[in-house]
Design a protein around this ligand. Structure first.
Ligand SMILES: Nc1ncnc2c1ncn2[C@@H]1O[C@H](COP(=O)(O)OP(=O)(O)OP(=O)(O)O)[C@@H](O)[C@H]1O
Ligand SMILES: [Mg+2]
Length: 288
């Protein structure tokens, strides 16, 4: 592992707002968001469902333009998707008709990289992820955790400086998730990437990150920026340390407030009144 500090992969978003229209009404999904991922940093975003986490990630991936504000990678405004940013989603988006190695090679093939060079790169990355023995398997022959590892390796194949990950381990069981977290941390350190990671799992966000952003309920704003000063490498034992538990407690309280606000907003929009946790049995009956 190189000890030099990475110099690229710097994400900056300033004053990002996104306005969507749904059923003839327009609303702000995200409002005035500033965020930064420094080169080589691992940053997570947590927040209630619907607060605009995926929307923000899609802006940085270049799939969506903000209504206001600007996002930059290494100083250059983001105008669309690019090989400098690898993206991994919750659903495994592998090509079922291609073998594991061909899936990983796909982006390189599109870039015109010759066969031997792309085979060798794919095999190196598959080795790092413990998947070399499966290079000739097809996605249908793999477990969920393996598919997601292939998805990560595929996103890494074009040597991005930045990885954008939207709940990549959301569909995995908790044991597989822990293994995936270790594999990801390992690859992040070896490849000196910057990572922007979305998760619903507070423990996961603390375990992986240098910094966690907490978003408010819709319209999503940054409610808090929590540094995670735990030493690296992180270990399973650390998750029961007083420092870890104190951060966990703080994040949980911040997110709980916003989840309640989000549920209140949704019920309000559905004509069911504002505060579900105050409805009581009679209130629920009346609402239904
Ligand atoms: N293309 C779109 N058109 C209209 N509304 C959209 C669009 N994409 C997202 N939204 C709305 O914007 C809000 C934010 O959505 P987003 O998917 O970013 O939330 P999220 O924080 O990722 O939620 P979750 O945790 O459930 O994945 C939601 O109310 C969603 O319904
Ligand atoms: Mg989402």
């Amino acid at each position: 592992m190189s000890t030099e500090n990475p110099t690229s992969g710097h994400i900056e978003a300033k004053g990002i707002s996104v306005r969507f229209s749904q059923n003839g009404r327009s609303f702000d999904a995200v409002s005035g968001v500033d965020l930064e991922v420094k080169p080589g940093e691992f940053v997570s975003i947590v927040g209630p469902s619907g607060c605009g986490k995926s929307t923000l990630l899609n802006i940085i991936a270049g799939f969506l333009q903000p209504s206001e504000g600007e996002a930059r990678v290494d100083g250059a405004p983001i105008r669309g998707p690019g090989g400098d940013r690898g993206v991994v989603f919750q659903q495994y988006s592998l090509f079922p008709w291609l073998s594991v190695r061909k899936n990983v090679e796909f982006g390189l093939k599109m870039q015109g990289v010759p066969r031997t060079a792309r085979e060798s790169k794919a095999r190196t990355l598959l080795g790092l992820a413990g998947l070399l023995a499966f290079e000739n398997h097809y996605p249908a022959q793999l477990s969920g955790g393996m598919k997601q590892r292939v998805g990560i390796v595929r996103a890494l194949a074009t040597s991005p400086q930045v990885m954008l990950m939207d709940e990549p381990f959301g569909a995995l069981d908790s044991q597989t998730r822990v293994v995936m977290q270790e594999i990801l941390t390992n690859m992040w350190q070896q490849l000196q990437l910057s990572v922007l990671f979305i998760t619903h799992d507070i423990e996961e966000s603390i375990f992986l990150s240098d910094k966690v952003y907490v978003m408010t309920a819709r319209p999503g704003r940054i409610k808090a920026e929590i540094p995670i000063p735990l030493p690296r490498p992180r270990t399973a034992e650390m998750t029961s340390s007083p420092e870890f538990l104190a951060i966990h407690h703080q994040l949980k309280a911040l997110i709980r407030e916003e989840s309640l606000a989000a549920m209140g907003g949704e019920l309000g929009e559905a004509g069911l009144g504002g505060k579900p946790w105050h409805l009581g049995t009679e209130g629920v009956r009346a609402a239904l």
